[in-house]
Design a protein around this ligand. Structure first.
Ligand code: PEP
Ligand code: MN
Length: 350
């Protein structure tokens, strides 16, 4: 009986020491950048190699695996650093693009094109107009995530081939939406920038997959996502090693029904305050209408955004998707004029 009590006291004293060590450990971890599951597994193997005690290596593995899950789930206030956050070493990400354009370098970049590739003639006509205005980044959407399965779903790979041909003809960078990680090998040679749409922002499997490729990724905000959820989605991509992430604010759902969504313009200065990632404003899916495009363009510039994204169609009334919101070439000319009128020196970074 006496022996048992002595052992129990010994156990408690050891546990108190372990607890203190775990607290010290948590403080160290909070200062480190997150590591990938693979890095953590190698770390555990290194620990097992130093194990000379009573515990089996399997037990060591189980214990440190559970410590890792604690680390990942650690309270926000304990994690000092996320990869998307500004730090003295990483104040601003500049995404360099193949045709020597860039996003995030202080210039206001326009990404434009129709909602979807419908034919060679349609995209060619559009790209000709856009490139005559100096647009360098072309939308070439071939897979459309539509609300109704009966609506136009995009031309698929044929649409990508058209888009590549047209982009090359006008020396434009091609962006196109990816819906599933399995499409990466097929899409890789066609596109310059992979585009993760609003509906896929929560698809962590896709985010991890595009985090492993060596091409830039545009990440749209989910229409029901908080700032934190959106930035954590970018963390998935950055964690895979892909540093070229561009955020797009595309409007969130509110009770307002005069616009398709509500452009959350405050997202721009908030991203600039918290993150080094560039941010672009989608004036099409946020508004859902063409008649307020110039006002939203001015707002995007004033907010400090790195650019805007807009849908333009040679004949919007005939468009196979988003007919109600695409700009005519004439309306696009007004947007370009607005950019020229309001663009000032790059807004000082917060
Ligand atoms: C798009 O930009 O092509 C699109 C489908 O928009 P969202 O994902 O924001 O709805
Ligand atoms: Mn659209």
């Amino acid at each position: 009986m006496t022996v048992d009590i002595a052992l129990q006291e010994q156990l408690k004293a050891l546990d108190i020491q372990i607890l203190e060590l775990l607290n010290q450990r948590a403080r160290v971890i909070a200062q480190l950048p997150p590591c990938s599951a693979g890095q953590w597994d190698s770390y555990i193997v290194e620990l097992q190699q130093t194990n000379t005690g009573t515990l089996s290596n399997e037990a060591v593995k189980r214990i440190w695996q559970s410590l890792n899950s604690n680390m990942v789930n650690t309270d926000d206030s304990e994690r000092a650093h996320y990869l998307y956050e500004k730090s003295p070493n990483k104040w601003r990400t500049i995404v360099d693009l193949p045709n020597s354009a860039s996003i995030g370098a202080g210039n206001f970049q326009i990404i434009a094109g129709p909602c979807a590739v419908e034919s060679y003639e349609q995209l060619d006509a559009m790209a000709q107009v856009l490139s005559s205005y100096g647009v360098k980044i072309l939308r070439g959407m071939a897979f459309k995530p539509r609300t109704s399965p009966y609506d136009f779903q995009g031309l698929g790979e044929e649409g990508l081939a058209i888009a590549r041909q047209v982009a090359d003809k006008y020396n434009m960078v091609l962006v196109s939406e990816i819906l599933d990680a399995s499409q990466i090998p097929m899409m890789y040679d066609y596109v310059d920038i992979f585009w993760v749409g609003s509906r896929n922002m929560h698809n962590s499997f896709l985010l991890r997959a595009v985090g492993e490729i060596d091409k830039p990724v545009i990440l749209k905000r989910g229409f029901g996502a908080t700032m934190k959820e959106w930035l954590m989605a970018s963390e998935y991509i950055l964690l895979g090693g892909n540093e070229d992430v561009i955020l797009i604010e595309r409007g969130i759902r509110t009770f307002n029904d005069w616009t398709r969504a509500t452009l959350d313009i405050s997202a721009v200065p908030l991203v600039k305050q918290h993150s080094h990632l560039p941010i672009v404003v989608d004036i099409s899916h946020s508004a859902g209408r063409p008649d307020i495009a110039t006002g939203l363009t001015a707002a995007a510039i004033a907010s400090g955004a790195d650019g805007l994204m807009v849908e333009v169609h040679p004949n919007p009334k005939q468009a196979l998707s988003d007919a109600q919101q695409q700009l005519t070439p004439e309306q696009f000319a007004d947007v370009v004029q607005t950019v020229a009128r309001f663009q000032r020196e790059p807004i000082a970074q917060l």
